[in-house]
Write a protein that binds this ligand. Sequence first.
Ligand code: FES
Length: 102
Amino acid sequence: MQKITKIEKILNGERKTMKLLVCVGTNCHLRGSEEVIRTFMEKISKLNLESQIELKGSFCMGKCDIPGISVEVDGEFIENVTPQNAAKIFEELILPKLSGGK
Ligand code: FES
């Protein structure tokens, strides 16, 4: 319940457009990048953020040695993204950036 309030707060704040990249290179694909993209797409759709978040797949980002799937938000790398934590990462790390937070 508290989480919904936090998300609503973010959505009611000032918005900006965000570029969200998920690596679909071989290593990240094998780690489940398609599932991460699906989770992000569901979140974006559920929150009606299609006009604020541009979600795209990317070729290898050159960070194959780092555990998890490579994700970038407006050029900032997010570590340790997995299909299991993708929803949490979206809510706690990606959404706040949309309202100008860190
Ligand atoms: S395949 Fe994703 S960083 Fe290399």
